[in-house]
Write a protein that binds this ligand. Structure first.
Ligand code: BGC
Length: 753
């Protein structure tokens, strides 16, 4: 009795504390709203519009650079209070200088917000987001975002344009490196982890920054995988696939959202009222701010949606776009649009309130220089525990794709190792495409990582991946011809016992503006692989890449394949630890690897056809020259351990909370981590459902011989779906359920509810 007394006292206490926290949150929100309104009342229309204007620093990043005259004009705008935020100005000294200009010289001294693309780290670079998603380790992902936020805040920033949470089924699209892959369930979980990591619990703390869920919406479905291309998807896919990660981010209190470059079903996302006002602001009650993408208001002109910049500004604000990134549309035209009665001042006020609220929440009105501590700046960057976190998440992101006859891990006493491939010595590519403030060549290369284990290594480049020095803003040329290094590499392989080949994409072959029409190992690399294989078959292929690749020949011929993406600052250390068995790989693919580009879009949660199976005749859904199956499916990844699934149980006693469980046993010889995945299929539904949908996963480690009971609870939230109007439906019926080690292998059962 005493125990239950204490338990109930404790729960009353917890309830009281959470009520108080909730009340104090509401109180501070009310206090902020009041301060926002007081300030708004003092502002002229021009000053309000100024808050909605965001400029790039005076250099060029993802768009054309302003000419000198524009730069001068921009400078004056800061003094006149006509700028609310800047991007790409960083470093406490620069930030302080610009902040001072605005705070001291503009009439109301409203501080600027400083934003930048801090996508996977500021100076300490963690793996590209697609790789991190492969860890399925939400705590590690959150930690990685925390490290990025701490470093970004230390150099004066308070806003990152991340996480990018666009679901994509098209690896031709270069920006798949920046998202969490093809699945809305995993995508939503990763989105929340990253938002929490960036924003923490207190936005005004010196180590947190505002996050930005982007790109709203549909950008990952760009036709033919060509960046910036139009998107034409059904409402059903929009609501069930594209929007769930955004909804999850909004529920996790993401402070900002960026719209996108693409046209969605005929209307550019930036001018899309249905997306921004109806869904995001009205239906989801998002009260943060929406920023345009770079010049995306202007781009409604070439899209053929706006006749000129003035009309583009009008369409954008009506649609709900609050801040203009680098289109100069609001600053030039909003005032006359208000004067002409085409835009109401209340619409402007609403946008400005959202912007000012964020500035209050960031603590900028209490101290505009709170992110400008030059002493802290030095001590925070590349701190030892940041480097440790970067290594931890890098190891967890690696996916073991193939390991014939336990070829890996290598014995630490292994002698006579050849390392081949330009990427093995590359200290730049592992930093990926978005490397924020990282120094060039600051990653640990694979070669350096391996050398920490053994000096019994000889290296030959074999061939360059690219020609010349790749850059963020320019086209990267692939080496299609130069094979002059083959001879040396082949000779080395011939004399060696084991060959580690590091092949794949340069860090600047994926990312924005970097779509590909084929997904082979770029350039001459596959020829190099074959040449080496001709003299030595003991090859471990380490892949570095920003997207799924069609490595069919390698899969058929190479005994061990390790997917190492672009893993950031500690890349080489993480890879070496996996190759020598100090870390047992645990990653699972967040995106399907196709066998051929012709299969794209190829993704696990597709619909069935009416003719899914071979009939002996030609009339079934297939290709004549390739199977329907992927090379490696979603959720796939091996370990040095073996995991056996048994004892599936489904308990439907509580129809609102169906329990599904099984036992996972490590039947291998070493300790390892497994990601148990739960998939469902709604067998009959008013709107057909995919053949499989991920609805739960657990990552855990097991000693050899040990077992773990894995439990999942299925409620309406897992079993329902959105109709084409975005309304949530839950229908009774029969469901297949599978718990397993990937999207294609597991224990299957069925239940009705
Ligand atoms: C990208 C955005 C990015 C912005 C600012 C655009 O080109 O699409 O994701 O945040 O540039 O750099």
């Amino acid at each position: 009795r005493m125990r239950s007394y204490f338990i109930s006292m404790a729960s009353i206490f917890v309830a009281a504390v959470s009520l108080l926290t909730c009340q104090s949150n509401t109180a501070s929100r009310d206090a902020i709203d009041q301060r926002v309104d007081e300030l708004l009342a003092k502002m002229t229309l021009e000053e309000k519009i100024g808050q909605m204007n965001q400029y790039n620093g005076f250099w060029d990043v993802t768009g054309p650079a302003p000419n000198e005259e524009q730069a001068r004009k921009k400078y004056d705008h800061f003094k006149q209070g006509l700028v609310g935020s800047v991007l790409n100005v960083r470093g406490t000294a620069h930030v302080r200088k610009l902040q001072e200009l605005v705070v001291k010289e503009s009439r109301l001294g409203i501080p600027l917000i400083f934003g930048q693309d801090v996508i996977h780290g500021q100076e300490t670079i963690t793996p590209i987001p697609l790789a991190e998603a492969a860890s399925w380790d939400l705590a590690a992902i959150e930690k990685s975002a925390q490290v990025a936020a701490a470093e970004a805040a230390a150099i004066g920033l308070n806003w990152t344009f991340a996480p990018m949470i666009d679901i994509s089924r098209d690896p031709r699209w270069g920006r798949v490196m920046e998202g969490a892959g093809e699945d809305p369930y995993l995508g939503a979980k990763v989105a929340v982890a990253r938002v929490k990591g960036f924003q923490g619990n207190d936005l005004s703390a010196p180590n947190t920054i505002a996050a930005c869920a982007k790109h709203f919406a549909g950008y990952g479905f760009s036709e033919a995988g060509r960046d910036y291309n139009a998107v034409d998807i059904g409402a059903y896919t929009l609501h069930n696939v594209v929007l769930p990660p955004f909804k999850a981010a909004v529920d996790a209190d993401v402070k900002t959202v960026m719209n996108s470059f693409n046209v969605l079903n005929g209307v550019p996302a930036t001018g899309n009222k249905y997306l921004q006002r109806d869904i995001l602001k009205d239906r989801w009650k998002f009260n943060g701010l929406i920023v345009s993408d770079w010049a995306s208001i202007f781009e409604m002109i070439p899209h053929g949606h706006a006749r000129d910049l003035k009309q583009a500004a009008e369409l954008a604000i009506h649609a709900g776009n609050d801040m203009d990134m680098e289109s100069y549309a609001y600053v030039q035209h909003l005032k006359s649009l208000v004067e002409e009665g085409k835009v109401s001042e209340e619409q402007v006020n609403d946008a400005v309130r959202r912007i000012l609220r964020l500035k209050f929440e960031l603590g900028l009105f209490d101290d505009p220089y709170r992110y400008c501590d030059s002493v802290r700046e030095k001590s925070v960057l590349m701190q030892p525990d940041h480097l440790t976190a970067a290594l931890d998440v890098a190891r967890k992101s690696i996916v073991l794709l193939k390991n014939d006859r336990g070829f890996l891990p290598l014995n630490k006493a292994q002698k006579n190792i050849a390392v081949i491939g330009a990427l093995a010595a590359d200290k730049n590519s592992p930093l990926g495409n978005w490397r924020a403030g990282a120094d060039e060549n600051s990653a640990v290369s694979v070669l350096e990582g391996l050398q920490k284990y053994t000096l019994a290594i000889r290296y030959a480049k074999g061939a360059d991946v690219v020609v010349g020095k790749p850059e963020f803003i320019r086209e990267t040329a692939v080496n299609e011809t130069d094979s002059s290094g083959f001879r040396e590499a082949v000779a080395l392989a011939r004399q060696s016992d084991v060959v580690i080949m590091v092949l794949g994409e340069d860090g600047f072959l994926s990312g924005e503006g970097r779509s590909r029409t084929n997904l082979n190992l770029p350039g001459v690399q596959e020829r190099l692989l074959k040449a080496v294989h001709g003299v030595n078959k003991n090859i471990i292929l380490v892949l570095m890449n920003g997207r799924p690749l069609t490595i069919n020949w390698a899969n058929a011929n190479i005994p061990a394949i390790v997917e190492a993406w672009q893993l950031g600052t500690r890349s080489g250390d993480a890879i070496a630890q996996v190759l020598f068995g100090d870390y047992n790989p645990s990653g699972k693919l967040p995106m399907t690897f196709p066998k051929s580009v012709g299969q794209i879009p190829l993704y696990y949660n597709h619909f069935n056809t009416g003719r899914p199976d071979p009939t002996g005749l030609v009339f079934w859904s297939h290709y004549i020259d390739e199977t329907n199956e992927p090379l490696y499916p979603f959720g796939y990844g091996l370990s040095y351990s073996e995991f056996t699934y048994s004892d599936l149980k489904i308990d439907t006693t509580d129809r609102q909370a169906i329990n599904v469980s099984c036992t996972v046993t490590n039947t291998g010889r070493v300790a390892g981590e497994e990601v148990a995945q739960l998939y469902i299929r709604d067998r009959v539904s008013s709107l057909v459902r995919p053949v499989k949908e991920l609805k739960g996963f657990r990552k855990f480690s097991l000693e050899p011989g040990a077992s773990q009971n894995v439990q999942f609870v299925l409620t309406d939230a897992e079993l329902g779906f959105y109709d084409a109007d975005g309304q949530w439906l839950v229908e009774p019926g029969e469901f297949d359920v599978m718990i397993g080690t990937s999207s294609v292998k597991g224990l299957v059962g069925r239940f009705s509810r």
